[in-house]
Design a protein around this ligand. Structure first.
Ligand code: PLP
Ligand code: COI
Length: 364
């Protein structure tokens, strides 16, 4: 497999039929999540004999695909989620893109796919943001970036593909949850788990999400916004949500978050919040926390707050937890002080409103 660094120049074709300015600005007003796409996409191809080649920024368009394309049969596909923000002075910025590149390559390794040089990954993202910068909404919206890679060899044998397409698309987004900044309600899945030891829980492959959809549908039926998964072996330990990591804030100010045990996604928001919290003097414990502890701590008042975090959701307070046969509320069910404080610390760095002493923010 050729995965070594190759110098590629991006062909930039402006053959997109851009959405009319007035229509785009109108569409921004009703921003939901992931439905409004920008004009262009970045594509880089990989084949076993040529390595990475044919880098381009081009009009967003469907891929012609052979019905035998490997991804359609064996789901050899991975992705990332990141955002571009516009700072007060109009500059487009990315948040820790190197971390997404690194995680993408962890996913690639686990899924038998070629790794992409980190610099090429970041350049592909930057090129798209630079081309479609006008798609970054004003105000609290952002441009959600979706780098992904899929197997594209027409072949029905079960082995890694010899052809892949890497692509980045962009979507102007508002809040992930319909209720905006309101605390969310979480459904605890008893019927379904997300990841088992030795599986793919720690990487971002499409299959993990395909398998979570039925649990998410169950959550929606129960009037919940998201599903929280317990571990597959004992069905006891809290792992993560369908698309977010989870934190608990205890009465003494300690934060608890499930450890990176190989079954949960190592969230970049999670990692950043752990650092911000520690630098604020908070104690953060990465440790196993059971569902029964969660329930008992909520009942006794030992648990003051809980929140979900991720690129799409940012930091969202968890107000209520439902499970088959019952439910409990966390404190008064509202967004707590620590959740608000951590959210503000993070968002202010991402949007260039406070000093980025970590060097997390990269101009485009
Ligand atoms: N866990 C899952 C399953 C996710 O899909 C995501 C989102 O990407 C996260 C956690 C949070 O990761 P990050 O903070 O890097 O967006
Ligand atoms: C993200 O936060 O980027 C994700 O991929 C999660 C998904 C639920 C949108």
């Amino acid at each position: 497999m050729r995965t070594e660094q190759q110098t590629l120049t991006f062909d930039i074709t402006s053959n997109a039929q851009p959405m009319a300015e007035a229509d785009r600005l109108e569409a921004f007003k009703a921003l939901g999540f992931g439905t409004l796409f920008s004009d262009h996409m970045t594509v880089v191809r990989w084949s076993a004999d040529r390595g990475w080649h044919s880098a381009e920024v081009t009009a967003r368009a469907p891929f012609p695909m052979d019905p035998a394309s490997a991804v359609l049969h064996y789901a050899q596909e991975i992705f990332e989620g990141m955002k571009a923000y516009r700072t007060a002075d109009g500059q487009a910025v990315l948040f820790r893109p190197d971390q997404n590149a690194e995680r993408f390559n962890q996913s690639a390794k686990r899924m038998g796919m070629p790794e992409i040089p980190e610099a090429l990954f970041v350049e592909a993202v930057q090129k798209l943001v630079a081309t479609d910068a006008k798609w970054i909404p004003e105000g609290e919206g952002s441009l959600y970036l979706r780098p992904f890679m899929f197997a594209n060899e027409p072949f029905l044998g079960v082995r890694p593909s010899r052809e892949f397409i890497f692509c980045v698309i962009a979507s102007s987004v508002g809040p992930y949850f319909k209720g905006g900044a309101k605390p969310v309600t979480i459904w605890t899945s008893q019927n379904f788990t997300r990841a088992a030891n030795g599986g793919t829980g720690a990487v971002k492959c499409g299959g993990n999400y395909a398998a979570s959809l039925i649990a998410q549908a169950e959550a929606a039926e129960q009037g919940c916004d998201q599903v929280v998964f317990l571990d597959a072996a004992e069905h006891k330990w809290v792992e993560e949500l369908g698309g977010m990591n989870v934190f608990f804030v205890m009465q003494d100010g300690t934060l608890i978050t499930p450890p990176l045990n190989g079954n949960i996604l190592p969230g970049i928001t999670r990692k950043s919040l752990i650092q911000l919290a520690r630098d604020e003097g908070m104690t953060v414990e990465e440790r196993a926390y059971s569902f029964s502890e969660w329930q008992a701590d909520a009942a006794s008042g030992k648990l003051k707050e809980a929140f979900a975090c991720g690129t799409a959701a940012v930091v969202a307070a968890i107000g209520k937890v439902k499970f088959p046969g019952g439910e409990f509320t966390i404190a008064d069910g509202q967004t707590g002080q620590t959740t608000t404080r951590l959210r503000d610390l993070l968002v202010n760095i991402q949007r260039g409103r406070s000093n980025d002493r970590y060097g997390w923010v990269q101009p485009v």
